[in-house]
Write a protein that binds this ligand. Structure first.
Ligand code: ZN
Length: 512
């Protein structure tokens, strides 16, 4: 986190006024990288499969979120210390206490505790009150006793317009906007299933006590795709492209047996062995694996955890979380859920509008089912930082830490340096930067300090290519290109430089 702040990836929001937990700004280095990760996702999940993108509003009227279940059920159990009045998440207190007891105990006792732990997500506030008493949990701050566990809704509430009681909320997920837009997008594109509709945007959760930097934010970015299909044809047209893709799954059986070891399956096996509810689910798990590897997350460092029945919403036909092993332990960064027709049917009932579609071949109306891969961008950004960080090495004599980003998501595609500012080299460097920018590359022009220092600065933010303009450039129209990972240099012609770099980026070339 220190490095991310120092090198311009992140900025503590509202820093001058004292940072509020759960908010982070992306800095001048982080923002372009976040944008590139989002574009890589567009390419991977939308453009390649012909899915559509929408952009819906972030403030929703209460009726929408009542229908979706968020007004009633989107919250955390909250408990107040009756002595010091501090508030805590009750489920965290219970889980921490069980964890502590498990470390001490053994045998049957531990088995029973483990059961409690897996049941926790589905536990009601009343049950949690009892559990806190049973376990004898006291306030971690003052040792005081706890009052009854209550329910804290995690949505930010506001008033729409000047009329009191016209309640709105900032959206807790981008998905609801997609469901509401579905009928029009469906009609605008030939009224055919299957159809993928996605969006990238901000969502909000008023977390009780966010910690861990980017991992638990109150304002965050999601990339969500809703794949609408006819449930009698739960297949994906591009499945054959991924059927041999390997996917590591932490099965329910393994979890219940207390095992941490994920089992490897091909996407095809996931379907045949009925580990996933349908082929579409297997398709997305396979694609998610490929996407993560393309961003430099090593295959052994992530797995799909099949959520246990208690963690799975009643309407879901199955949830799989992609978890990555990080310095914070295993963290969930994608949730893939088979939501069936829950959302469209809820909105049909609550709004009185018909969300069903007519299926020509079957001569009947149906409510499409939905598989939803939902990505947390900030968590993914964090994972990419962690997995790409290198202490030193690679280039000869490198004794500074650097980032080994895949070139297509590096904050800057390349840097251009004039060897010196005099004799027309600065102007030439400017001219080269301009022409590279016209070719769609984001270029950092840097003219200060020794060349060695400038290389180090670019390594520190993971710039894959550095172009140096020197006296020879003015004479023969060539420049030096230096590759980030091995520090080796080559002399290349200015003519065609832009398409050469774009070729390198496409080929993920990071050494000479
Ligand atoms: Zn207290």
């Amino acid at each position: 986190m220190e490095i991310a702040l120092k090198r311009g990836f992140l900025i503590p929001s509202n820093e001058a006024y004292g940072q509020v937990a759960g908010f982070y700004d992306y800095g001048s280095v982080g923002a372009p990288m976040k944008r590139k990760i989002e574009n890589a996702w567009r390419m991977f999940f939308l453009w390649r499969d012909g899915a559509f993108e929408v952009e819906t509003v972030t403030i929703l009227p209460e009726a929408v979120l009542k229908a979706s279940g968020h007004v009633g059920h989107f919250g955390d159990p909250l408990v107040e210390c009756s002595k010091c009045k501090r508030k805590f998440r009750a489920d965290t207190l219970v889980a921490d206490e069980i964890g502590r007891k498990m470390k001490e105990g053994a045998g049957e006792h531990v088995k029973r505790l483990k059961e409690h732990l897996t049941r926790l997500p589905g536990m009601k506030p009343e049950e949690m009150t009892v559990k806190l008493k049973e376990l004898g949990v006291k306030c971690p701050e003052c040792d005081g006793a706890f009052a009854e566990v209550g329910w804290f809704n995690l949505m930010f509430r506001t008033n729409i317009g000047p009329i009191e009681g016209n309640t709105g909320y900032t959206r807790p997920e981008t998905a609801q906007g997609i469901f509401l837009a579905f009928p029009r997008v469906f009609r605008a594109h030939g009224s055919r299933l299957p159809m993928g509709i996605a969006q990238i945007g901000k969502s909000f959760r008023n977390e009780i006590s966010p910690r861990q930097g980017l991992l638990r934010l109150r304002e965050f970015t999601q990339m969500e795709l809703e794949y609408f299909f006819n449930p009698s044809k739960a297949a994906h047209p591009n499945f054959k492209d991924v059927e041999q893709q390997k996917v590591r799954v932490l099965t329910r059986e393994s979890q219940l047996a207390g095992k941490e070891e994920a089992i490897e399956f091909t996407a095809k096996e996931l379907v045949e062995k009925k580990i996933v509810p349908n082929e579409i689910m297997a398709y997305y798990l396979a694609r998610e694996s490929q996407f993560y590897e393309s961003l430099g997350v090593p295959y052994p460092d992530f797995r799909f955890r099949h959520m246990l029945p208690d963690e799975t919403p009643h309407y879901s036909g199955g949830n799989f979380d992609l978890e990555v092993s990080t310095s914070f332990g295993w963290i969930e960064t994608i949730g893939t859920a088979y939501r069936q027709d829950y959302d469209l049917s809820s909105h049909s009932k609550a709004s009185g509008q018909d969300f069903s579609v007519f299926i020509e071949e079957e001569k009947k109306k149906i409510l499409p089912h939905v598989v939803e891969p939902s990505f947390g961008v900030d968590r993914l950004f964090w994972v990419v930082l962690e997995k790409s960080y290198r202490e030193n090495g690679g280039a000869e004599g490198r004794d500074w830490s650097w980032f080994d980003f895949s070139p297509h998501i590096a904050p800057f595609s390349c840097a251009v340096f004039p060897l010196m500012k005099k004799d027309g080299m600065a102007e030439k460097a400017q001219e080269i930067s301009d022409s590279l920018r016209e070719e769609g590359l984001n270029v950092l022009l840097d003219a200060s300090g020794s060349i060695g220092k400038r290389y180090a600065r670019q390594d520190e933010i993971g710039t894959p290519y550095c172009i140096t303009v020197d006296y020879d450039t003015l004479k023969d129209g060539t420049v030096t290109i230096r590759f980030r990972n091995d520090g080796k240099q080559a002399r290349v012609k200015l003519d065609g430089l832009g398409s050469m770099i774009r070729g390198y980026i496409k080929a993920r070339k990071v050494t000479a």
